[in-house]
Write a protein that binds this ligand. Structure first.
Ligand code: DX5
Ligand code: ZN
Length: 221
């Protein structure tokens, strides 16, 4: 499944752009929150989710690239998030934070930066609804895919196969386009985030459908 990321959308026409990808068939909207500390860029906060919520039925997949995420997860849940992913690198008490997010009635994910080994997932995997593997260093759209994520992806898939948590989804984020998507799908990701490849295209709906048809080609497997 392709999750368009609004990071590369035209912010002056955001509602319109969100409706466009939803009409094209998107079921998940990826929402990148950056604080200028955890990553060297600033985007938006819960007020933006609240404004978009009445305009879309898509699953709001919130990716928090912020320090001290435990201070803000309740605000994002109240603003309309369906899912919240926090970074392992920003969470001192990851287990507590994941329980805190689930306690808000939304699903919870943990994101790993490109240099963070997947082995640290071992003792928390059973608690997660999603593992997000970054395939670029977080902070900006339109960066180049880091191929080392494919090996990590296969390792997470193996960890999940031997765990009790079969429902956990794997999402890959960064540098996804028609050239990189096939290998990511083949390595076992269920959700592919695409920012520049969708909203940077002259026709975002068409670009979305083209990417989505690639994943259908694999029969969802
Ligand atoms: C990067 C963000 C991504 C970003 C991906 O820090 O987490 O979600 O939107 O953008 P593209 O698809 O352009 O690499
Ligand atoms: Zn993201």
């Amino acid at each position: 499944m392709i999750a368009p990321s609004i990071l590369s959308a035209d912010f002056a026409r955001l509602g319109e752009q969100v409706r466009l990808v939803e009409k094209a068939g998107a079921k998940i909207l990826h929402i990148d929150v950056m604080d200028g500390h955890f990553v060297p860029n600033i985007t938006f906060g819960p007020a933006l989710l609240k404004a978009l919520r009445p305009h879309s039925r898509m699953r709001f997949d919130v990716h928090l690239m912020i320090e001290e995420p435990e201070r803000y997860v309740a605000d994002f849940a109240a603003a309309g998030a369906d899912h919240i992913t926090v970074h392992w690198e920003a969470s001192r008490h990851a287990h507590r934070l994941i329980q805190q997010i689930k306690g808000l009635g939304v699903t919870a994910g943990l994101a790993l930066n490109p240099a963070t080994p997947v082995e640290m997932l071992h003792d928390i995997l059973e608690d997660l609804d999603m593992v997000l593997l970054m395939s670029v260093n977080p902070g900006f759209g339109g960066q180049q895919f880091i191929p080392g994520v494919l090996r990590k992806l296969e390792a997470v898939r193996r960890q999940l196969e031997s765990s009790k948590n079969q429902a956990c989804e794997i999402e890959v984020d960064g540098g996804i386009h028609t050239g990189t998507a096939p290998s990511v799908i083949q390595a076992g990701a269920q959700i592919l985030v695409a920012g520049a490849a969708v909203f940077g295209a002259p026709d975002p709906a068409r670009a979305y459908r083209e990417l989505e048809s690639l994943s259908e080609g694999f029969g969802g497997d």
